[in-house]
Design a protein around this ligand. Structure first.
Ligand SMILES: Cc1cc2nc3c(=O)[nH]c(=O)nc-3n(C[C@H](O)[C@H](O)[C@H](O)COP(=O)(O)OP(=O)(O)OC[C@H]3O[C@@H](n4cnc5c(N)ncnc54)[C@H](O)[C@@H]3O)c2cc1C
Ligand code: FES
Length: 256
């Protein structure tokens, strides 16, 4: 993990209150797995705020950029949305443990994302399709919140992408679990990231197959020192730290 001043190359709104940001620097070279995050210092020093964790949605090895996709939900992400090309962003990263997929080959995989849980699954799917068939189910509240459907489909014939919305304004009406049930028999493994109620529902539905869950807990230090991000676990100590042990866990390791 390093601390680096990353340069903003792009910062554009791609769905309602949702921005795609590309950051240039050396940190990209350290991203060895999909699902890791960077911890961003908010503000210019004139006010004190904790860093904010944002998942790495993609890396571009040629251009040395990291892509983030984030939703404006408060002061920190609002500040981030106001950065323009050429600005510098103080980042600590890459943090945590991502999706371990080196052994995952010739499988039929379900990737299930909800809202701002979708970004880390983009980088994951890009790597999974090299050796596996992937069905991606993306859930959003409504049409205006949908992003990256086309981008997931660009990975070629080995991926199919399905979109559901809560209100039916785009794709199929319903929840990700409504669609996932159609694929649960055929799938050998699932990966998921999204709001906690969605993660619980997915875990309860797909009990028969190995699952990998990425958690988005609130964080303090982001490096395992402050206990702000602990989550109940089935391990000996009874807890895990999302920032250091995760954010990705096997589904039977965490109690949601
Ligand atoms: C490992 C990790 C990866 C993440 N990746 C992304 C990402 O790729 N894109 C993205 O948009 N967001 C992501 N998040 C969530 C993001 O960190 C928070 O939305 C952000 O910290 C909000 O900061 P803020 O100052 O704008 O809002 P705040 O003022 O801190 O919060 C605004 C609202 O959001 C809620 N909230 C804040 N943080 C969380 C959280 N972690 N979980 C649930 N609710 C929360 C608060 O309860 C409040 O209602 C990630 C979080 C973690 C831990
Ligand atoms: S945020 Fe401090 S221990 Fe995880």
């Amino acid at each position: 993990m390093i601390q680096e001043q990353l340069e903003v190359c792009v910062n554009v709104e791609i769905a309602k209150d949702t921005f795609e940001m590309k950051l240039k620097g050396e940190m990209e070279q350290l991203v060895d797995q999909p699902g890791r995050f960077i911890h961003i210092k908010i503000g210019d020093g004139s006010f004190h705020m904790l860093r904010r964790p944002i998942s790495i949605a993609d890396v571009d090895k040629e251009n040395h950029t990291i892509t983030l996709v984030y939703k404006v939900t408060g002061k920190g992400t609002e500040w981030l949305s106001e950065r323009v090309a050429g600005d510098k962003v103080d980042a600590l990263g890459p943090g945590g443990q991502g999706f371990e997929i080196t052994e995952v080959k010739n499988e039929k995989i379900l990737v299930i994302g909800g809202g701002v849980g979708v970004p880390p699954l983009y980088h994951l799917t890009k790597e999974l399709v090299e050796n596996n068939d992937v069905t991606v189910i993306l859930g959003f509240q409504s049409k205006e919140a949908v992003f990256y459907e086309k981008e997931f489909n660009q990975f070629g014939d080995r991926v199919q992408t399905l979109v559901v919305t809560d209100d039916g304004s785009y794709g199929e009406k319903g929840l990700v679990t409504d669609i996932a049930s159609e694929f649960s028999q055929d799938s050998t493994r699932y990966f998921t990231c999204g709001p906690l109620p969605m993660l619980k529902a997915v875990k309860n539905q797909l009990v028969e197959i190995p699952g990998h869950i990425s958690l988005e807990e609130r964080m303090g230090c982001g490096i395992g020192a402050c206990f702000a991000c602990v989550c109940h676990s089935t391990n000996e100590s009874g807890y895990v730290k999302v920032c250091k042990d995760g954010p990705v866990f096997s589904s039977n390791e965490v109690i949601l």
